[in-house]
Every structure is written in structure tokens, then in C-alpha cells.
Design a protein around this ligand. Structure first.
Ligand SMILES: CC(C)(COP(=O)(O)OP(=O)(O)OC[C@H]1O[C@@H](n2cnc3c(N)ncnc32)[C@H](O)[C@@H]1OP(=O)(O)O)[C@@H](O)C(=O)NCCC(=O)NCCS
Length: 190
């Protein structure tokens, strides 16, 4: 494996921001102390959005990051929008949730994974969902409207609308709109 690279690491900056740097920002948006924002010029935030203490929003120069009206984001979350993130209206996101939208390829054995190409895969969280504390949403995942993700879940597959999922990897516990469905259906996500 060739461990050498000529690419030098550079700083991403402080993450300190002012509201006029965003691509778009609505009314009544709350940023608690310690929120850090990178590439705010790629981020659109709607009205009445709450962002809790020490949350990190990482925009990326070639992707869009949108957070729609009335969404609530808890403390200490980490959201990396390299591949794009779209969060719908009135989504509840618990503390310490992590959302990733890119990863390095791993197929070239001649060089470290860190130096391999990055794959970008957007994450979509549709309106009215609730994401439990500490959940991890992996690249490319869509969480359907009104779905519930349990605390600590690792979401590796798309979540259907109104499903309740939990665990690592996340599995369907039931559907909010069809509570009797658990016994009949496979609990494996598609
Ligand atoms: C996933 C969740 C919504 C399920 O709630 P529920 O429908 O009342 O489910 P139950 O408590 O009846 O549990 C059903 C089964 O799922 C399991 N389960 C529940 N939550 C789980 C979780 N987070 N991870 C793994 N398994 C979980 C239970 O152990 C139970 O398993 P069993 O049938 O083998 O005994 C809930 O447990 C949860 O995690 N809520 C998130 C809370 C949160 O973080 N809120 C954000 C704060 S702002």
C-alpha cells in the first residue's frame, strides 16, 4: 500500500458564522450557544427552526443542505452534508444524532481508504418524522414521512413512511398507520 500523499491538510475554519451568510434563512430561527456552521452559503433554513447547543452543521461547496420550517434539532448533533441533506417540515431530531452523506470508497487496496475517491449520497428526512437520541443515519438514506427512528438506531436502509424502526441495524418494529402489521410482515428494511 502506498501511504504517501502530496495533499496537505488545510483547516476547515472556525465554524463561527453570522446569519447573513446563509443561502437562505427564515424568521424566528434559534441558534443556541456553541453551534458551529461550515459553508453556510450552501444551507437554507426555514422559519421557526431550533438548533440546540453544540450542534455542528457542515455544509459543502457542491451540495445543498435544507432544513424546513418548525424543525427542532437537539444538542450535540453532527450533520455532514457533503452529498446533500434535506430535512422536512416539523421534524424532531433528538440530541447527539449524526447524519452522514458521503463516504470513501474502499475497493482500491493500493492506497489508504482515506485517499480514495469519495462517494456522495444524499440523505432525505421527510416531514413529521422523529429521530431518537443518538441515532446514526448513513449516506443515501431516505426516512419517509411521519416515521419514527428509535434512540441509538443505526439506519442502513430506507425507512418507509410511518414506520417505527429501532436497533443496529435498524429494523421495523411496527407501522404507526397499521399497528397490527408487525406480526404479519418481515421486520427487515428493504
Ligand atoms: C423506538 C421507540 C419509539 C419504540 O417505542 P414503542 O413503540 O413504545 O416500543 P416498545 O417500548 O413497546 O418496544 C418494542 C420493542 O422494541 C425494543 N426497543 C424499543 N426501543 C428501542 C431502541 N431504541 N433500540 C432498540 N430496541 C428498542 C423494545 O425492547 C421492545 O422489544 P421486545 O418486543 O423484544 O421486548 C422508542 O423506544 C424510542 O427509542 N424512542 C426514542 C426516544 C427519543 O430518543 N426521543 C428523542 C428525545 S428529544
Amino acid at each position: 500500500m502506498n501511504l504517501h500523499t502530496d495533499k496537505k491538510n488545510t483547516t476547515h475554519g472556525t465554524g463561527f458564522f453570522t446569519v447573513d451568510e446563509f443561502k437562505k434563512i427564515g424568521k424566528d430561527v434559534v441558534f443556541e450557544n456553541g453551534v458551529l456552521v461550515f459553508h453556510p452559503e450552501t444551507i437554507e433554513i426555514g422559519n421557526n427552526v431550533y438548533i440546540g447547543h453544540n450542534t455542528i452543521l457542515k455544509g459543502y461547496f457542491q451540495s445543498d443542505f435544507t432544513i424546513a420550517d418548525h424543525t427542532w434539532i437537539g444538542q450535540g448533533c453532527f450533520m455532514h452534508s457533503a452529498g446533500g441533506i434535506a430535512i422536512g417540515v416539523a421534524v424532531g431530531i433528538g440530541p447527539m444524532v449524526k447524519i452522514l452523506s458521503s463516504h470513501h470508497r474502499i475497493d482500491d487496496l493500493s492506497k489508504p481508504i482515506l485517499f480514495q475517491d469519495i462517494e456522495f449520497k444524499a440523505v432525505v428526512i421527510e416531514s413529521g418524522c422523529n429521530i431518537g437520541m443518538g441515532a446514526i443515519i448513513l449516506p443515501g438514506i431516505t426516512i419517509g414521512e411521519g416515521a419514527v427512528v428509535g434512540a441509538g438506531a443505526v439506519v442502513t436502509r430506507n425507512v418507509p413512511p410511518y414506520a417505527v424502526v429501532a436497533g443496529n441495524p435498524a429494523k421495523i418494529l411496527k407501522y404507526r398507520n397499521d399497528p397490527e402489521s408487525v406480526a404479519q410482515n418481515s421486520t427487515t428494511l428493504a
